[in-house]
Design a protein. Structure first.
Length: 277
C-alpha cells in the first residue's frame, strides 16, 4: 500500500477538513479526495462521515487511525534501519515526556550524541500515554516517564530523582498566596498531581496549565507568578534574585524511570548509556 494514502488519511483526520489537509500536504484538494477514495476502496469501508462543512471519523476510521500511525512508524523505522550508512552503525529511538527533556534528558542526549559518533539517534517528545503505546508496539527502544509501565518483557529502571520546589517571582511570599492568582500548574505526571492535591486541596484553579517546565519558567520570568520547578533549573535564577523559593511550600520529589525491552537488540547498549545519567 502507498504510504501516502495513510499520511493523507491521518492529516484529514487531524484537521477534519479536506482543503486544509491539501494545504498542509502541498497537494490539490482533488488529490486528497482521490487518495481517501482509494484507501476506502482498498478497505471496503467508509473512513469519514461527510456532512455540510463537517467531516468526522467513522468507527472504522477511528480504528484505522491507530493502525495507520503504527504502520507509518514501522515503515519509517524499517527505512532508517535499512538505510543506515557505514558511519552510523546502530540507531537508537528515544522518547520521553516533555518535562523530562527539560530536566535531564537533553543533557544526556547531548552527551551520548557526542560520545558515540557511529550511533544514529532519533529523539521524540511524547505524552506518557504515547510513550507507553510506542513501547508496547516496539516503535521505540527506550522510553522515559514518571510512572512505571506494566508491559510484558519491558524492564523498568529508576534513573533519576527530581526535586521540585515552589518558586515565585515575588520575594517572601507564603505558599497560600503563591498558589493563588498567577500560579502556573505544571503537569509533572500522575504522582505529582496526587501529592499536589494532598498539600493544596483548596487551591484555586490555575489560570495557566503547561506540560513543560521551560514554558512555566519563561512565564514566571516574563509575566510573574509561581510554579513548581526542578531545583537545579531555578538555582541560577534564584541567585540572580529573579525568582525566590517559597520557603513554607513543601518540596516534592519525583522518580524518573527508563523502560526498555529485556530482549531488545539494544539492551546492552541502553544499559551502558543509562550509566551516563
Amino acid at each position: 500500500m502507498d504510504t501516502q494514502l495513510l499520511e493523507t488519511f491521518l492529516e484529514v483526520g487531524r484537521l477534519r477538513n479536506f482543503g486544509k489537509a491539501a494545504d498542509s500536504l502541498c497537494v490539490s484538494p482533488s488529490t486528497v479526495s482521490a487518495r481517501i477514495r482509494q484507501l476506502e476502496t482498498h478497505l471496503g469501508l467508509a473512513l469519514f462521515t461527510r456532512g455540510h462543512h463537517q467531516i468526522g471519523l467513522t468507527p472504522a476510521g477511528e480504528r484505522m487511525e491507530r493502525h495507520a500511525r503504527f504502520i507509518l512508524g514501522a515503515w519509517e523505522r524499517a527505512y532508517e534501519d535499512t538505510a543506515l550508512s557505514e558511519r552510523h552503525q546502530r540507531r537508537l529511538v528515544v522518547a520521553g515526556v516533555a518535562s523530562l527533556w527539560d530536566t535531564f534528558l537533553q543533557d544526556w542526549l547531548n552527551e551520548i550524541y557526542g560520545a558515540y559518533p557511529t550511533l544514529g539517534v532519533r529523539a521524540e517528545e511524547s505524552t506518557p500515554l504515547r510513550v507507553v503505546e510506542k513501547l508496547e508496539q516496539n516503535m521505540i527502544d527506550v522510553g522515559f516517564l514518571y510512572d512505571t509501565p506494566r508491559i510484558r518483557e519491558v524492564y523498568v529502571e529508576e534513573v533519576a530523582t527530581i526535586s521540585l520546589v515552589m518558586v515565585s517571582s515575588r520575594a517572601a511570599i507564603a505558599a497560600e498566596q503563591a498558589i493563588g492568582e498567577g500560579y502556573v500548574r505544571v503537569e509533572w505526571g500522575a504522582n505529582f498531581a496526587s501529592i499536589h492535591e494532598n498539600y493544596f486541596p483548596q487551591r484555586l484553579l490555575a489560570r495557566a496549565r503547561v506540560n513543560s517546565g521551560q514554558i512555566a519558567l519563561n512565564l514566571l520570568l516574563e509575566c510573574g507568578g509561581a510554579a513548581y520547578l526542578p531545583r537545579n533549573i531555578v538555582e541560577t535564577w534564584c541567585r540572580q534574585q529573579r525568582l525566590f523559593i517559597v520557603e513554607d511550600a513543601p518540596c516534592i520529589e519525583l522518580k524518573a524511570y527508563a523502560a526498555y525491552r529485556q530482549h531488545g537488540e539494544h539492551y546492552e547498549l541502553i544499559r551502558k548509556l543509562l550509566q551516563r545519567l
